[in-house]
Design a protein around this ligand. Structure first.
Ligand SMILES: [Zn+2]
Ligand SMILES: [Zn+2]
Length: 92
């Protein structure tokens, strides 16, 4: 059994399986990364918290971690495996 780091969602405190899609928001100053589930409710919290942190003068890089089964080589929203719920805010 390989020992992997437990990732917890900063929005709901639930565990995120590393092979499942999730979002990481990395504080470029400290290297600390906040992780969030790919589901819409956790993404919403992610956006809200990131805006708050940005307002505090911090700099972040967002990472989209796709499912281990995702074939997409250029990760992002709308990938081939539908890893991420599409945030309602971007509906046109
Ligand atoms: Zn969550
Ligand atoms: Zn994907």
């Amino acid at each position: 059994m390989s020992r992997q780091k437990v990732i917890r969602c900063a929005a709901c405190a639930g565990r995120i399986k590393p092979q499942h899609p999730h979002i990481g928001v990395e504080d470029l100053e400290t290297g600390v990364e906040f992780s969030y589930h790919a589901r819409a409710s956790c993404q919403k919290r992610c956006v809200e918290e990131t805006v708050t942190r940005l307002e505090a003068g911090k700099v972040f890089a967002a990472h989209h971690y796709h499912s281990s089964r995702c074939p997409d080589e250029a990760p992002g929203f709308g990938c081939a495996a539908d890893c991420f719920d599409t945030p309602m805010a971007v509906a046109n």
